[in-house]
Design a binder for this molecule. Structure first.
Ligand SMILES: [Zn+2]
Length: 264
């Protein structure tokens, strides 16, 4: 009787961890009129055709103009929210990366945002660079790296526990581990992207940029893989009108002076 009981505990613990892995902040209601307006903006951005790429020098200048303002706004919002994360982010232009990409990660305990020169060359306005950087900052404030790691762990635990219930062979446990990891990685990613858009809209706006114009960058039809064969930012951020609707709904909240609310 002891062993089944201990397995139930593993299940309960893993399920509790998964339940705690929703968004940190409430996502705005992006339905209704926002869906219609998003559809229009999305179609407009897609129809506008490719942007004439900036020269490397012009892209460097655009980045140098925008980055300090977004960094300051991001730090201030991060500190006001008192999330417990390190709000000082190492933000830099990556001149080696060949793909049009940007990402947030940790190097040790240091939060890091990188944006590639080709991505900045492909932006149509300062607003677009501001939105991309602010969106990446949103991944820090939403604690998505830590949460994704605990989901993978919880998924592995559930999978492992399932395998243990099916049979005690190590093959069954290993199979369970694989399935659990895949499930943990897929389920939450869209909610996190929308949360980053919500936080990013607030940061870009506080930095003095237009987040709705900025979000046009993500609405363009682009290949998930770039010319060098690696993933571009559209590989991890597929164009999606729900994202544009979320930006519009967040903008309306800002205009109505509604702050971010913790998720229920
Ligand atoms: Zn993202």
């Amino acid at each position: 009787m002891f062993r089944p009981a201990s397995r139930s505990l593993i299940f309960a613990g893993a399920l509790a961890t998964l339940a705690a892995c929703g968004t940190t902040y409430e996502l705005p209601d992006s339905g209704g009129a926002y869906t219609d307006e998003a559809g229009r903006l999305f179609a407009e951005a897609r129809a506008s055709g490719p942007v004439t790429p900036l020269s490397a020098a012009a892209a460097e200048a655009r980045y140098a103009r925008v980055m300090p303002r977004v960094a300051r706004a991001g730090r201030e919002i991060c500190q006001q929210l008192n999330t417990g994360v390190t709000c000082e982010v190492d933000i830099a232009l990556d001149r080696q990366m060949e793909e049009r990409n940007a990402y947030f990660t940790y190097q040790g305990n240091q939060p890091v945002i990188r944006i590639s020169l080709p991505l900045v060359q492909d932006t149509g306005s300062d607003d677009e660079v501001a939105f991309v950087l602010a969106h990446e900052y949103g991944h820090l404030i939403g604690r998505h790296v830590e949460k994704q790691q605990s989901q993978v762990l919880a998924g592995a635990l559930i999978g492992g526990a399932l395998g243990a219930l099916v049979g005690d062979s190590s093959d069954a446990v290993a199979l369970g581990l694989g399935l659990g990891t895949a499930a943990g990685g897929i389920v939450y990613s869209q909610a996190y992207e929308l949360e980053s858009d919500t936080i990013g809209t607030r940061i870009a706006s506080a930095a003095g940029y237009d987040p709705v114009q900025g979000a046009r960058f993500f609405a363009r039809a682009e290949a998930a893989r770039g010319g060098a064969g690696g993933y571009s930012i559209w590989g991890t951020h597929p164009p999606d009108r729900k994202r544009v609707a979320t930006v519009l709904a967040t903008k309306a909240q800002i205009d109505a002076q509604q702050g971010l609310r913790p998720a229920p």
